[in-house]
Write a protein that binds this ligand. Sequence first.
Ligand SMILES: Cc1cc2nc3c(=O)[nH]c(=O)nc-3n(C[C@H](O)[C@H](O)[C@H](O)COP(=O)(O)OP(=O)(O)OC[C@H]3O[C@@H](n4cnc5c(N)ncnc54)[C@H](O)[C@@H]3O)c2cc1C
Length: 441
Amino acid sequence: MSRPQWQRLARSRWAVPSLRASPGVSSRLPTARAAFSTSSRRELMEMTGFTEEQLTVREAISHICSKFPNTYWQERDQQEKDPKEFHAALAKDGWLGIALPEYLGGAGLGISEATMMMQTITQSGAGMAGAQAIHANVYATQPLAKFGTKEQLETTIPNIINGTWRTCFGVTEPNTGLETLKLKTLATKTEDGYSVSGQKIWITCAQVASKMILLARTTPLEEVQKSSEGLSLFCIDLDRDQPGLDMRKIKKMGGRAVDANEVFFDNYKIPANTLIGQESQGFKIILHGMNAERCLLAGEALGLGYAALEKAAQYAKERVVFGRPIGQNQGVSHPLADAYMKLEAAKHATYHATRLYDANDGSVPFHAIGVACNSAKYLAAEAAFTACERAVLAHGGMGYAMEYDVERYLRECLVPRIAPVSREMILNYVSEKVLDLPRSY
Ligand SMILES: Cc1cc2nc3c(=O)[nH]c(=O)nc-3n(C[C@H](O)[C@H](O)[C@H](O)COP(=O)(O)OP(=O)(O)OC[C@H]3O[C@@H](n4cnc5c(N)ncnc54)[C@H](O)[C@@H]3O)c2cc1C
């Protein structure tokens, strides 16, 4: 998509805010629907009910992804090689700024469109590797855009959107895990900034990133009244030439094209102007983006599930054993039909959650948004896992072969079940916040 087209799309979003909120809007927008259908093969996913903006995003992203065939992702996965061409292709057309404000060079679209973008990427065959290559640039920049100073915004955001800099997101720590509020990495005040010491783990793309959105303590845990206090958010340079920074790649199960890392800080110096918002407000600032991230992950999971199911249905039609296509056996077709319905249900939950998130006018209680976004992430991750596992089984032995892709999808679909919050923690959340049961931990 050329820049002028892109800008028209951005403007159209603001021109039709009431349409965005109304279900079934796409029936009033036949042009976009037709344009989408003519340029793509028949979708296994039911395409009704999406907005004009979502369909336009899907078409443009599909076009870019079509230049990166499955063999590209197979090789990148095997060679553990960063898909930098893919990141550059999306940056070239401004897609990394999809949900960033227009005055910063973004498209000013919402999480409904960003989720569609991430779904389209995984569904194209790029899988979680493709999504993770850009995920933090789309999502972790949100708190920066909202709470950053003018100087931070003007120097950082345009360079992330145009692909000059890549960013990663540094929250998880080895000794505290999902108990984020207990994290220990400490940023101690110095004369002209802070000195950071501590360790992060599972930091995606740290090897290729020049920036990190870092959550660290500015007041030690022992000195705060509530563990949500004393945390601060920073946008720091990852300067490998400076003392005090080290990182080590983690060998992992899937998504091997993108690196995941342990990152070590040992009195690593960062300037004062890297602080995002106010000191000690880091947790509140980061909360702002957590529901959005759940939606993006839900979309990524959905895409992977549909991609796997498409492959399985195709294979089940073509593979003949005992004189008939294997898909003629209900033992093969029923698990796939069931997986399809699970994906469709999760799709509705996902785009319902994004709609609530984007309403952003105070009409939807924060609680309802939280429940919807967490539920969407849970349901989409589970549906994707079901689809990917059944796709491998439907392929028989070939499900285990790299060239059929479904083994890669199965390896990758575990990620949305674990991160950014595990399925168990979402079940805990719903037990407590919806069912009003006593907290279990
Ligand atoms: C591929 C990948 C990429 C990632 N990328 C990033 C990144 O870029 N940046 C970043 O900051 N982090 C990243 N993460 C980290 C991810 O967010 C964490 O792995 C996730 O939050 C889980 O934390 P943990 O691994 O420490 O699990 P733990 O907290 O050790 O939990 C282990 C298990 O115990 C369960 N459990 C724990 N407590 C309870 C309880 N009270 N009730 C029920 N069950 C419980 C959990 O559900 C989980 O199944 C990534 C992880 C992966 C795998």
